[in-house]
Design a protein around this ligand. Sequence first.
Ligand code: ATP
Ligand code: MG
Length: 352
Amino acid sequence: MSANQEIILSGIRPTGRLHYGNYFGAVHHFLRLQQEGKRCYYFVADYHALTTITERREVYRQTLDMLRTYVACGLDPLQSVIYRQSDLPSTAELALLLGMITNIGHLERGTTYKDKFAQIQDDPKVAGNPLSYGLLGYPVLMAADILIVKADVVPVGDDQRQHVEMAGDIAQKFNARFGETLQIPRSVARNALRLPGLDGAAKMGKSDNNTLDLLDDEKTVLKKIKGVPTTTDPAPLNTDSNDPNDIVPQMAPGVGVLYRLLHLLAPEEVYLEFVAEYRAQGKFYGKLKQTLAQHVSAFNAPIIERYNDPANGDDAIKDFLRENAKKVTPVALDTVESCREAMGIGRSLHRG
Ligand code: ATP
Ligand code: MG
């Protein structure tokens, strides 16, 4: 491996099952970068999940299940360094150091915090521990995740772009104040995806009860897709383009998510056939839903099979977690020690 090879880092919270937004916004890129032979660090963000999960027994179980799903999707713990965020506790030390130079105003402008804040104004009984110090500091912990492995590229969905940019801002501020210490991550692609929810909400999200999941069986897939709201008659399309980025915004939200998914999963000619149906404004939603459900189930089937493979059980996951934590720890400690030194508290006296 060459010393100047690009470093990739990304993570997913174990707050539920992996859905199509997670897959096409993130995991799909993880696989491509792994395939390209890049140095990839992919983690499951169990510290981050604690801003949402209130049932303590769920965190560890869901972390292992998310790791099994990673493997079922094709992420390979021998090619990529796949680890659990909390197995790298030096991330928490780096977050503490970065917190010293992060303005509260900057954090209050973070989208996750702002959205939750607005939600609470509407309904003060929102579940969990919504306005915690941890939630406000989410972007600082995320900056630590990224900066600790000296990541160059952070593949994430559109909803997380702002947080990656904040990590870059924090690193730049650190370097300006204490000298060149941290690697500045490059931002993600401008055309990053934000898949809408099956309910037509702007984003499909694990915590939003509007997801189509990679582990959904045939019956569940059909039920969920049939339930997507398509009551509105097709509105005329104000363009000749067939690109989903051009036409989906002109559709009713539920219809839009069906076309987005069809474009991602079906052969081009099938997608184009249904765009033509849409333009003809006939009654075709039943057929569209049936076709899409078939493509989704065919996509899910091999993933479900690998997920349930006994070779992909808890013991196998724990084995590679132990090995991969050993691989990521030296680079993480190197970053934290450099930051300690740069900030003036000096290197740790016991780490050697
Ligand atoms: P939660 O609701 O608990 O925050 P989530 O579904 O938003 O869960 P995350 O773990 O926060 O998932 O994000 C994991 C990755 O998936 C990130 O890279 C994020 O940008 C991406 N992602 C999440 N939802 C979508 C979506 N609807 N479209 C595209 N990418 C998404
Ligand atoms: Mg999220």
